[in-house]
Write a protein that binds this ligand. Structure first.
Ligand code: ATP
Ligand code: MG
Length: 593
């Protein structure tokens, strides 16, 4: 991908963003000054480009929306423009304030806002209901729209099909005066739902189905979450969208490919209404890009709702969910999502992005900055037989990784004592070839020597087994002149290096080991039952032993648990002094083939 375009925009990571067809178009428009020197309705100068993110407040945002957010807000940031947040709330039945609130929260969390020197640019399509109504009246008066009174079934039948032209409605020739009268009576509440609709008068024979006299207003006796019972007619999405864009002086209206067929109607509406003096030119232009599809993920709202309703997951913010509230709780950072969205590219043809790319972006973001900590997830007791009973020795380790500026100076402290927790996998009764961790003396060979990270070198002397043959403890002796950071440590050359926590001092904590929700990369492809693709191992709750300092972890604090992966203190269930940790992602990709 070429990065040597003019304007060389930078992004949140201070590296030039890769170019794409949208950037090329915007740069050409900026150079030509297409949207230069515009003013808003108050006479304030407008930025040279304006985008918007237009969610419908009918559900939680998901990873696909993150892409649209990063594209729209990211372009505005990179080209000194503005991006509005607009709620497309024209569907009264399905929308709620709860969704407005979570969407605002998620966009902010991703790192974007809609404020500039001229104020806050948060809008609701429902605020335009009066204007939309006025514009519909104009189209009717100008003979460009009419009230159709066919039944829904007739209307559908007369629309025709691909390869079969539609038939004009018998009401298409109604006079503007008659249509206007009916429209006003629709507004006044004289009719039932579905009795009449207003349709744009375009072309029932158009090869593009969306141009066959699309509906622009319908009757819905329904309560709206913002306008209450003020309206019983509501504008259609395809009518509202271009008008909202134009009212907000959007220059580049960016959406996903499924709206490509709607673009002629978008242009038609803006052309007719600017002809009627409603908008200044140039009007907004719509551009489409391919939606983001991520393997091992479903994003259909209906299917996500099913997972919640059937309690397959623990709510919308379950850390396995692809919702932004879930991803956040899982421990993803906004920076990693921005990086991922940018890398997934902006193209004109649909494709799949592998889940490992999302996980890789998180590792890349956190590796240089996440505090390190020790966690024993599958505990096995290690007894240092020659360590004095009841005594402790202070140990310390860097909080940050070597590349971090505070690597040398910021330290974490923890004691070592006679009885420790180590990982079960760090001991083998009968070692396999190349195993350098703990194993006992065999025949006349001594047991292995390993370094207890940031502590002493120990030699394995034996182990205990219970009646069922389970190993219950490992024994060792330590060399008291081998402590890490002391001159004596150099005399010990060992191949194994294992982590541990002091049993008497460890923080016992609930750790939730999350993994991908589905084990099939395309859980719902080709009409498959996505519930058959659920990964039974996507959540495992364990009790783990953590280094004592982790007791002060605050909700959302992120760590690398050495050798295990990235973990976050759960933002919902952690309480002061007793954090619960979620595994965000393992250190290495366990799904790579
Ligand atoms: P879904 O059907 O996936 O729930 P939607 O399109 O119904 O999504 P909206 O609230 O209308 O939900 O979406 C807001 C914006 O987000 C739209 O511009 C839409 O095109 C965009 N968007 C939704 N899903 C994706 C995706 N997977 N990739 C990129 N953009 C997306
Ligand atoms: Mg939509």
């Amino acid at each position: 991908m070429s990065t040597d375009h003019k304007n060389a925009p930078t992004n949140g990571h201070n590296i030039p963003a890769p170019s794409n067809f949208l950037r090329t178009i915007i740069e050409a428009d900026l150079t030509a000054g297409v949207y230069a020197n515009r003013q808003d309705s108050q006479g304030q100068p407008l930025p040279p480009m304006v985008t918007r993110f237009p969610p419908e407040p009918n559900g939680y945002l998901h990873i696909g929306h993150a892409k649209a957010i990063c594209v729209n807000f990211g372009l505005a940031r990179d080209y000194a423009g503005r991006c509005n947040l607009r709620f497309d709330d024209t569907n009264p039945e399905k929308e709620e304030q709860e969704y407005v609130d979570t969407i605002i929260d998620s966009v902010k969390w991703l790192g974007f806002d809609w404020n500039d020197s001229t104020g806050e640019h948060l809008y609701f399509a429902s605020n335009y209901f009066d204007k939309l109504y006025e514009m519909a009246e104009y189209l009717i008066t100008a003979g460009l729209a009419y009230v159709d009174s066919q039944s829904a079934a007739d209307m559908a039948a007369n629309r025709g099909n691909f390869g079969e032209v539609g038939k004009d409605s018998p009401f298409r020739t109604r006079s503007p005066a008659e249509s206007l009268d009916l429209f006003r009576r629709m507004k006044a509440g004289e009719f039932k739902d579905g009795e009449h609709v207003v349709r744009a008068k375009i072309d029932m024979a158009s090869p593009n189905m969306t141009m066959r006299d699309p509906a622009i207003y319908r009757i819905r006796h329904a309560h709206h979450h913002r306008t209450g019972d003020q309206w019983c007619i509501y504008p259609m999405y395809d009518f509202t969208h271009p008008i909202s864009d134009a009212l907000e002086n959007i220059s580049h209206s960016i959406c996903t490919l499924e709206f490509q067929d709607h673009r002629p109607f978008y242009d038609w509406i803006l052309d007719k209404l600017s002809g009627g003096g409603f908008f200044q030119k140039p009007v907004p232009h719509q551009y489409e890009f391919a939606r983001l599809n991520v393997t091992y993920v479903v994003t259909s709202k209906r299917k996500l709702r099913q997972l919640v309703d059937e309690k397959i997951v623990d709510g919308w913010d379950d850390p396995r969910m692809p919702t932004l509230v879930g991803i956040r709780r899982r421990g993803y950072t906004p920076e990693s999502l921005q990086l991922f969205c940018e890398r997934s590219g902006v193209t004109k043809s649909d494709g799949w992005i592998d889940m490992s790319s999302l996980e890789g972006a998180l590792r890349e973001d956190l590796d240089p900055k996440a505090p390190r900590a020790t966690a024993v997830l599958r505990p096995l007791k290690l007894v240092i037989d020659n360590f004095p009973e009841g005594e402790t020795v202070a140990c310390h380790a860097p909080i940050y990784p070597p590349a971090h500026p505070e690597h040398e100076t910021a330290l974490r402290h923890f004691p070592i004592s006679k009885t420790l927790w180590i990982e079960q996998e760090d001991f083998m009764e009968t070692p396999v070839k190349g195993y350098f961790r703990l194993f006992p003396p065999i025949d006349d060979k001594p047991g292995s020597r390993v370094r207890l990270r940031h502590g002493y070198v120990v030699e394995c002397t034996g182990f205990d087994k219970d009646a069922d043959g389970n190993i219950t403890a490992v024994h060792c002796s330590y060399f008291d002149d081998s402590k890490s950071g002391t001159p004596g440590s150099a005399n010990y050359k060992v191949k194994g290096n294992i982590h541990w926590v002091s049993a008497a001092h460890a923080l016992e904590a609930e750790v939730r080991l999350y993994d991908r929700l589905f084990s099939d990369p395309h859980p719902d492809a080709g009409g498959k039952d996505f519930k058959l693709a659920l990964n039974p191992n996507a959540k495992e709750c364990i009790t783990a032993y953590l280094e004592p300092g982790l007791s002060t972890a605050k909700p959302d604090d992120k760590f690398q648990f050495e050798r295990h992966g990235y973990f976050v203190a759960d933002r919902v269930d952690s309480v002061e002094g007793k954090p619960v940790f979620n595994r965000t992602v393992t250190l290495k990709d366990g799904w790579a083939k």
